[in-house]
Design a protein around this ligand. Structure first.
Ligand SMILES: C[S@@+](CC[C@H](N)C(=O)[O-])C[C@H]1O[C@@H](n2cnc3c(N)ncnc32)[C@H](O)[C@@H]1O
Length: 215
């Protein structure tokens, strides 16, 4: 599905988030820079926007972008991402403890088995290495949640279809956000799969959340 919308993915992202996606990735990159990592892997890197934001804030770090969609990676490379590998995040082509930091933006939600995906992330991180997950979530405040749900289920599928010219591409999004574990459930999921020191930072009224943890 991502292959089929690759050419219009960035535009759709910026319009559907009203430009907030720039701020979300910038904030994620600030957190990563604070850890001063040397080797970073960005999973589900797509067209590379998080990897670029991280490179801006951590210019000396080595970063590799992983995605199983060659079409998305082709765009990332065209935009200047130097190291990319076509691979499934569930079976990473790296030895244990290869990285200081692992990031994944709007990717974990789409993976078929969250426990297995997190175990694989933990495997490629060194001990005390850092994990950052940027993911859609639901606002914690009930009035905001109701308004956001209206946008998510009633408006976004039509806007997304129009922008990407793919009828079904954005229909799955609302349901996948509803199913994705929220704060405490996510903390438990991380702790059950090799992570500790979990922290949770909701952004923009809670429509996205940054989860960080240590291996
Ligand atoms: C919503 S896009 C996010 C792209 C980028 N991280 C961003 O912030 O815009 C999700 C990406 O995850 C990739 N993806 C989903 N499951 C994957 C998996 N198991 N292994 C590798 N890539 C995966 C898709 O191909 C797609 O490019």
């Amino acid at each position: 599905m991502f292959g089929s919308i690759a050419a219009r993915y960035d535009l759709a992202n910026h319009i559907l988030s009203c430009g907030f996606d720039f701020y979300w990735r910038k904030r994620a990159a600030e957190i990563v820079a604070h850890w001063s990592p040397n080797k970073i892997v960005d999973l589900a890197t797509g067209t590379g926007d998080l990897a670029f934001a991280i490179t801006k804030k951590s210019p000396d770090a080595e970063i590799v972008g992983i995605d199983f969609s060659e079409d998305m990676l082709a765009i990332a490379r065209r935009k200047g991402l130097r190291k990319t590998i076509v691979a499934d995040a569930m079976r990473l082509p790296f030895a244990d403890a290869s990285f200081d930091c692992l990031t994944v933006a709007f990717g974990l939600r789409n993976m078929e088995d969250w426990d297995a995906a997190l175990r694989e992330m933990s495997r490629v991180l060194r001990t005390s290495g850092h994990l950052l997950i940027l993911e859609f979530s639901l606002p914690r405040l009930s009035i905001l949640r109701a308004v956001y749900r209206f946008y998510l289920h009633r408006c976004l599928p039509f806007l997304g279809s129009f922008l990407t010219r793919k009828k079904t591409a954005y229909h799955y999004l609302g349901d996948s956000i509803e199913k994705f574990p929220s704060d405490d459930a996510m903390r438990r999921l991380l702790e059950a799969n090799g992570f500790c020191a979990v922290s949770i930072e909701p952004l923009t009224g809670g429509i996205v959340t940054i989860f960080t943890a240590e291996r």
